[in-house]
Design a protein around this ligand. Structure first.
Ligand SMILES: Cc1cc2nc3c(=O)[nH]c(=O)nc-3n(C[C@H](O)[C@H](O)[C@H](O)COP(=O)(O)OP(=O)(O)OC[C@H]3O[C@@H](n4cnc5c(N)ncnc54)[C@H](O)[C@@H]3O)c2cc1C
Length: 290
């Protein structure tokens, strides 16, 4: 871990919350543009949601043969090698917006002139709780489910539902049933990849305690209800869908408060757009500070 040159009580020109692709790209660019900055991350590693993905990431132009976990590790290594000041295991609990920004964590607070929210999203759980037979979201939670010879219900009708149904079948599930309350949103290509899946469209009642859907028993659920934005307390910058509203530069309606990546719904969420959004914000902040 490297530390900012300033003491925590003085005001940093720029502070970034969240060390996924958006926050890492923003911090790297600010640092290289000569802006004194600090990147704060809640977990013990940088890389964001990519840390949860054991699957090959086929979608980053110019990057081949790397899993999401490897992409996350490369982001972490780049920030460390680049000497970008950062703190791990530091969750921001609250942000105050009077006279600049005060960012509050369990142990201390930081002040900044420009604050960037790069806090991303988390898998939406709906009414379900994670448990040994209920996985919330794709990646590691699903991979932890025992599926061989089991009857698996996938709840949700988007890309992740169809991807995970395919992976579960490849891992030897006896039966996979996809439940979608409304019309399927998954790409036709993903739907065509699992012609053997049993797909039910329409209202359903899923009971976590009995592990049943519409009274039919299953051995495990995979809940693929999409993602919801992760926004620290104290800020009123979200749109009706709960995402941070930004202009084309990445700035919110509060001057000096910026957001990038999946926590906004500005661009299609993925690693490349999140990183690009982080770079865009870094460039705008550096111009503003001139
Ligand atoms: C299983 C899986 C597979 C995926 N596969 C692909 C793929 O193949 N290709 C692709 O392009 N995209 C993929 N994605 C999507 C991609 O990972 C995201 O679009 C991308 O990581 C978003 O980056 P981000 O920086 O905006 O947010 P995130 O990656 O979500 O990072 C946000 C970071 O902020 C931190 N944070 C949140 N709140 C706080 C707080 N209060 N204090 C401090 N830190 C905080 C989080 O711990 C996290 O590290 C996948 C996602 C998943 C879940």
């Amino acid at each position: 871990m490297s530390d900012p040159a300033t003491s925590p009580s003085s005001s940093l020109p720029a502070l970034i919350i969240g060390g996924g692709p958006a926050g890492c790209a923003c911090a790297l660019w600010l640092h290289k543009l000569g802006v004194n900055t600090l990147l704060i991350e809640a977990s013990d590693r940088l890389g964001g949601l990519q840390r949860l993905s054991p699957y090959e990431n086929l979608w980053i132009p110019g990057v081949q043969g790397r899993t999401g976990e490897a992409v996350a590790a490369a982001l972490h290594a780049h920030i460390v090698a680049g000497g970008v000041p950062h703190r791990l295991n530091t969750a921001v609990t609250r942000v105050e917006t009077a006279d600049g920004f005060t960012v509050i964590t369990k142990d201390q607070s930081f002040r900044a002139c420009h604050l960037v929210l790069a806090t991303g999203t988390r898998p939406a759980a709906g009414p379900f709780r994670p448990s040994p037979n209920v996985a919330i979201g794709p990646g590691h939670p699903m991979e932890a489910l025992r599926v061989e010879g089991q009857r698996i219900a996938i709840l949700g009708g988007g890309d992740n539902a169809f991807d995970q149904a395919r992976f579960v079948l490849q891992r030897g599930a006896a039966k996979v049933t996809i439940f979608s309350r409304s019309r399927l949103r998954a790409q036709p290509l993903l739907q065509q990849m699992i012609p053997q899946a049993d797909i039910r469209i329409g209202p359903y009642a899923a009971d976590q305690d009995r592990l049943s859907v519409n009274g039919e028993p299953f051995d495990a659920f995979g809940v693929m209800y999409g993602f919801e934005a992760h926004v620290p307390h104290g800020l009123s910058v979200c749109n009706a869908k709960g995402y941070v509203e930004v202009d084309r530069h990445g700035e919110t309606a509060t001057p000096g408060l910026w957001a990038c990546g999946d926590v906004t719904d500005y661009w299609h969420p993925c690693v490349t757009t999140s990183a690009a959004h982080g770079i865009q914000v870094a460039k705008q902040i550096s111009l503003r500070l001139q």
